[in-house]
Design a protein around this ligand. Sequence first.
Ligand code: ATP
Ligand code: MG
Length: 543
Amino acid sequence: MEEVKSVNFIEEIINNDLLEGKTSEIITRFPPEPNGYLHIGHAKSLCINFGIKEKYNGKCNLRYDDTNPSKEDIEYVNSIKEDIKWLGFEWDQELYASDYFDQMYDYAVSLIKKGLAYVCDYSAEQIAATRGDLHTPGQESPSRNRSIEENLKLFEEMKEGKYADGEKVLRAKIDMASPNMNMRDPVIYRILRATHERTGDKWCIYPMYDFAHPLEDAIEGITHSICTLEFEDHRPLYDWVKINCGFTTGYPRQIEFARLGMKRTIMSKRYLKKLVDTGVVSGWSDPRMPTLSGMKERGYPPQAIRAFCEAIGVSKANSEVDVAYLEHFVRDYLNINANRVMVVKDPIKLTILNAEDEEYEIENNPNAEEKTTRKVTFSKNLYIDRDDFAVVPPPKYKRLTVGGTVRLKGSYIIEYVSHVCDEEGKVVEVMCNYIPKTISGQENANMKVKGVIQWVNAKDCVDLVINDYDYLLLDGEGDFDKRITPNSHIVYNNAKGEACLKDAKPYDRFQFMRIGYYSAVKDYGNGKYEFNEITGLKDSYGK
Ligand code: ATP
Ligand code: MG
């Protein structure tokens, strides 16, 4: 069946605009506030904005919304760029809201001159108390009828630092009885003494988001300003600012879509920062984090993240997506792109009494587009996983048992002979014989066995450290702090892997057969290699 690609509602709007000749070029922007690392929710926004750029041969700017100096940091600015590049997107211009502070100030002055803005003496509390509510109109501030001259003078004095933080604000003069609360004389400038990352101490007044954002979009010539649903009620204000500051072409136009939410994780920078600051995770790039840099460390392929964003689509209804759906795309990609290798997480010795040294060519990935093989060596001294041998097997156990047989992956069928325990009764070694001519393609290969287990050769295997992860949050709803999964990071210090893992470079991805998908972290330098669990083998999506 051929896949029919439907047009989402944003593309429908753009197509109509083009058809009606309202614009000939489509320009979008991605406007992160540099107050944290990007997360998977941002990936959705990135895929929408850069997707439109690619589809319409348009442009997409990266614009840092740095109007809130106290929370912003250069570390975040840099990480955001890295993450966007990692996803494979290229922005046209790198811009900063703070680049426009002078222009924004001039636009504010122009509003005052038109009688559309006034300096208000109310405190934040007084403003909140006089806003009214959905049933009651707000009360006009006594400052509302100041003369234009007085407003110009006071606003300039605000800029010059004559007043304390919060002592005065500049408000748009719109309608205190508007059914839309955002239109009840919103604050558009506030006094804040904070050193700004880029403008230093030049300013002690900063524009509010609702005033700054439409101006940033308009100055840059953005045609479609795509944001999340909570800004729908702000759109009348967005348009008010745009029009009253003299941008009357109809562009930029704001379009809202539903935010991505995911189960078993947190999608708010504020909460993620709390996890970092309280040491619940090792940092913003901890492999358990839903940040893009965390997913990179975890080993998620960027292609899978983009495929996921494509599949969830764009809608106007907020919903929570199951993490299993994202993992489904990760597996889909890795199934084709990750080589298989044998690893034992918790090794016990397996001695093959009748064995001699041998070497096999084993296929790297039966599902790869280009088939390749690697050398795997076999000897008398192997390791298998503790879970793959049972003295008293549980029901339906298909691995090696006392008196039983099992196939060693890619090698012989072996037959139990004896085993040795330590003082505590823990198995330390299993002795077997291999059954001749049972390798695939040989005479006795069809001999019936219940199971296949993986193994490594003690002579050339690599020492591994393996990090396994659980979801950050327990299933359910409500308070994040009470839902943190205990022990969501499990370390296997003693694991062993096939010799070929010696050549693994950071971020190389593998399927550890019968275990899961893993990504190389770094060379320990002492001959030990570290791997992060990307995801398990079983697809739980759709269950
Ligand atoms: P957070 O609440 O996580 O801090 P934010 O909306 O404040 O998110 P911004 O840096 O302002 O983060 O976001 C940059 C862009 O990414 C905005 O256009 C925003 O709408 C979008 N975005 C943020 N979170 C999500 C999400 N969960 N799903 C889709 N888009 C998102
Ligand atoms: Mg924000």
